[in-house]
Design a protein around this ligand. Structure first.
Ligand SMILES: Cc1ncc(COP(=O)(O)OP(=O)(O)O)c(N)n1
Ligand SMILES: Cc1nc(C(=O)O)sc1CCOP(=O)(O)O
Ligand SMILES: [Mg+2]
Length: 219
């Protein structure tokens, strides 16, 4: 696996946010719309059900060559042969996760405050998540949002690709990229959209056009 994945549009799953629709249908539609990476984020499943879901998702995503990331759980990532893990500041420390996973796996880390960004310079991450960029009702146990000025600061300090998460939608995705994000991570803007495929398509276009700006501005 390429440990430098395409981060442009990162779907973080939440079955409750799928509004009763089939979870795998929502993910597949999102991938058809242009999602470049998927994180399976499960906070209440038993270990066995988490592994079963991860294996099924892995086989779905393989068809589209889209990497699967497991939130929090290195054991589940290994059991499902996922492409990597996402760890937060209260999860397994980076060095342990790296040792257990071995080479060739994606590891992403949340940065909640300035010292997290500086500490992360020691580690070979695939990405650093600016967490949260904006307030979001989807996850409320967060630190203070970074906002755009905080994102600019992180961009100046960090050597890692930056993913932004928290409150991203078509109205602010472009400014996130213009202020330093390599890509955006979203839950509700895709999972709860009337058409997850169309929502992903719209967000992907915004991200890609913002990456190219100002190269395309006068063309
Ligand atoms: C891409 C991405 N960024 C941040 C998080 C949050 O991780 P964490 O702080 O460990 O919180 P939980 O998601 O585990 O509740 C994430 N999952 N993904
Ligand atoms: C899973 C998660 N982590 C966050 C963090 O700040 O670390 S915010 C978040 C949920 C993001 O949901 P939405 O796209 O609906 O705002
Ligand atoms: Mg976590």
């Amino acid at each position: 696996m390429n440990i430098n994945p395409n981060l442009e549009l990162y779907l973080v799953t939440d079955e409750a946010a799928c509004l009763g629709r089939d979870f795998f249908w929502v993910v597949e539609e999102a991938v058809k719309g242009g999602v470049t990476m998927v994180q399976l984020r499960e906070k209440s499943l038993s270990t066995r059900t988490f592994i079963d879901r991860a294996r099924r998702l892995k086989s779905l995503l393989e068809t589209y060559n889209v990497p699967l990331i497991i939130n929090d759980r290195v054991d589940v990532a290994l059991a499902a042969d996922a492409d990597g893990v996402h760890i937060g500041q209260s999860d397994m420390p980076f060095q342990m996760a790296h040792r257990l996973l071995g080479e060739g796996k994606i590891i992403g880390l949340s940065a909640e405050k300035q010292s997290d960004v500086l500490e992360a310079e020691h580690w070979n991450l695939s990405y650093l998540a600016v967490s949260p960029l904006f307030n979001t009702p989807t996850k409320t146990d967060t630190e203070k949002p970074w906002e755009l000025d905080g994102l600019q600061w992180a961009r100046q300090q960090s050597r890692h690709p930056l993913v932004v998460i928290g409150g991203l939608h078509p109205g602010n995705a472009g400014e996130a990229v213009l202020n330093g994000a390599t890509g955006i991570a979203v839950v509700s803007a895709i999972c709860s959209a009337p058409s997850p495929r169309e929502a992903a398509r719209e967000l992907k276009t915004i991200v890609q056009e913002s990456i190219l700006w100002p190269a395309t501005k006068n063309s």
